[in-house]
Ligand binder design. Structure first.
Ligand code: G3P
Ligand code: CA
Length: 260
């Protein structure tokens, strides 16, 4: 028998909507975040990148092709990288139709718009700095946007996460009060050192074992795992003692939490 490190109670696990309720609404749009709130998520996750004119927009891929109609709107380009188009250009795009015709015309939001739209939702925010090596200085610009939307900071409704340790360390210097989550599965031998700047270690669920959860907790950090969409996997991760589950289907997690 392998010991778990926390009470395995589904109702206490924090439910995070991955890119919003992205199984049902187009990822990284306000529509997906609002649906996550309706489905009982505790938190919503989003990915931040930067346009050519240094505006912060929400997009997972470093190109616009998969989740917008960029190729149709700008047919004469040879590449459709987020960082090669201005905000004005990106605002011409439809980020909804690719997922569902009901969401036709859903725009690519700026970070500021998402913060404004979700301020009254009661949900906390998990903000991923995506591919920061492409956008030198993005950490300072994210911090600036958060300072202008200060209730997220004063109400402690925010975690910053990334796969990029340097970016997290840079952000930590900008706003040291904001908790930091490191994405990935570092070696347990490194956890002690990582705990100097990280508050969470966030691995894919295939990597999570009860002993890994215990090591993270023993080093004073939390563990949020992704992307868990199957109820059996949600139950297993809960039994291992994870602090939070990041899912495209917050309704499935809410239902599990509500079931005695
Ligand atoms: O929140 C965890 C998850 O978002 C990390 O992977 O590729 O979906 O950004 P990805
Ligand atoms: Ca992400």
């Amino acid at each position: 028998v392998v010991a778990t490190t926390a009470a395995a109670d589904p109702s206490t696990v924090i439910g995070v909507a991955h890119r919003g309720a992205s199984a049902y609404a187009p990822e990284n749009t306000v529509a997906a975040f609002e649906l996550a709130a309706e489905q009982g998520a505790d938190m919503f996750e989003l990915d931040v990148q930067e346009t050519k004119d240094h505006k912060l927009v929400l997009m997972h891929d470093t190109t616009l092709n998969r989740t917008t109609d960029a190729e149709k709107v700008f047919p004469n380009r040879s590449s459709w990288k987020v960082g090669d188009l201005t905000l004005a250009q990106i605002r011409k795009l439809d980020a909804g139709s690719w997922a569902d015709a009901d969401y036709e015309g859903e725009p690519v939001p700026t970070l500021g718009e998402a913060l404004g739209a979700m301020r009254g939702s009661g949900l906390d925010l998990r903000l991923e700095i995506k591919s920061p090596h492409l956008y030198p200085g993005i950490e300072g610009r994210i911090a600036g946007t958060l300072r202008r939307n200060s209730s997220w900071l004063s109400e402690n409704r925010l975690v910053i996460q990334s796969f990029d340790r340097d970016s997290l360390r840079t952000f930590n210097k900008e706003l040291p009060q904001v908790p930091i989550g490191l994405l990935g599965t570092p070696r347990t031998a490194d956890l002690d050192d990582l705990a100097k700047f990280a508050d969470e270690i966030n691995p894919p669920y295939a990597d999570v074992t009860p002993s890994y959860v215990k090591c993270v907790h023993d080093n004073g950090m939390k563990i949020f795992t992704w992307t868990v969409n199957d109820p059996d996997d949600m139950s297993r991760m809960t039994s291992y003692g994870v602090d939070g589950i990041i899912t495209d289907k917050p309704d499935v997690l809410s239902e599990m939490a509500a079931t005695p």
